[in-house]
Design a protein around this ligand. Sequence first.
Ligand code: AMP
Length: 558
Amino acid sequence: METITFDQLSLSDELMQAIGDSGYTAPSPIQAQAIPAILAGHDIIGQAQTGTGKTAAFGIPLLEAIDASDKHVQAIVMCPTRELALQVCTELRKLAKYKKGLFLLPVYGGESIENQIKDIKRGVSVIVGTPGRIIDHLNRKTLKLDKVKMVVLDEADEMLNMGFVEDIETILSHMPKERQTVFFSATMPKPILELTKRYQTNPKIVKIEKTSLTVSNIEQFYYEVRSGEKMEYVLRILEINNFKLALVFSNTKRMVDEIVEKLNVQGHKALGIHGDLSQSQRNNVMRKFRAGDVKVLVATDVAARGIDVDDVDAVINYDLPMDDEYYVHRIGRTGRAGREGKSFTLVASREMRSLRDLMHYTKANIAKGEMPSGKELAKLKLKKLQDKLTQIIESSDLKKHLWMIEEWELEGLDMKPLMAALLKLQVGDLSERKEERKDRDKDRDREPKDRFDRNSKNDKGKDRDRRDSDKPKRRDRKSSGNMVRLFINLGKNHKVRTGDILGSITANSGLNGNDIGEIDVRDKFSYVEVPADEVNNVLGAMMGNQIKGKEVNIEVAK
Ligand code: AMP
């Protein structure tokens, strides 16, 4: 594993600050190799696929090369699709946020060319675009590339597959010969090598050697999840399996802190370990984990290097690792000293290709995991509780507790509801997760009368409530508690419904469905009420997430 840090790369303060904001702990292996080489002025052939941090690998040195006061186009990144162009541009903008006056523009078909022309006229330093639209601009003479210092071909193999080779050559011919040319490609077929021969000078090849996995005593699973569901999966994995010690890996410090917080909210004793901790803090965390005072340790790859604990039962990969080699290191933290271990990797649908590559390169056999349904999980939890209670009855002295119960009985307390309340204390949170809610809603739909008779005072009210089964309970809550109304930038026009907002907030914030007040979905935006003391939790948990594929912007409603 690479041991280089961002500090060692001699980057500008502006870039270091932006990298710090992104929460990246250390350069990924492709970054560790590509950044110094590009900074030194070399042409590069980078062999890396999506998910390895390749965008920042060329993006960081590219941004370092730009003079923000010069309003000519100084760098151009070519991408095969508009989606990738947008994604790359977004990532570069994040990295460039402290380079004042530096403008980046995505340029692709399907968008008004007039608007792009206006933007280019205002002065753009970096163009990120698809070859077709860049050619359009060159033909119209609305884009000049004679001051370009660096050109990047991202996913070059894809661009060739899509038949862009002539366009690429035309675009390259508009640039000065004295420039840096960077190729990134997941594969290196012959036509790419021919292109590099013609357009690059002494290119350095940057790629990551793959190691194959030799861990037969680790059972490996993956779950295909939506991004908002990851935390729910972690919780379920922990709840089903009853691990003595488990490790959760994430790619960023910020995410480590978030996971730790959410785990603790759900009653799992967890601590995090990442590069921001001092050595003594790290020792402290490790001592607690080793002693079993903390059951779950959440770590970044770099911080995990010192983790030498033998009885870790499982490793959960909250994110796919930045490099296949990290995967091998991560899961190797379990199944040590001849023990059996399990690993669980959470994969977003768009990352399935990366997972297949990972399996191919590491020769790992990662099986698709089956997550028990909400109901099955509730049953499991109840069974576990039953076993624990039996054990306590058999092994403890409960005399004083029994006196208490007798006193309650004398006071006339009914034991059944009391037991039910105790049960709710133990498993109540579980029964409010997404699937149970769905099941419960189904039951509710089947027996609407039962539910609404209790809430409504007259038949008119009952009809109104039936039209929107979530609402009566929410209104009651609003009037009973101290609720704050939040604004969300998504509404009906984004195909977002009440259930999507409720589901996303409960899954990400650790709140129960019952905690959330009225949800008012309008055309362009929505309002949702949450308890006043949970506002920060919800804002932190939801900001930047996606609902129905759209990025969430959330703030306290004005
Ligand atoms: P890419 O391979 O460029 O598609 O990047 C995959 C993901 O990794 C993106 O979400 C990046 O924001 C993230 N990323 C890039 N560099 C790092 C890093 N050094 N540490 C953690 N995450 C990173």
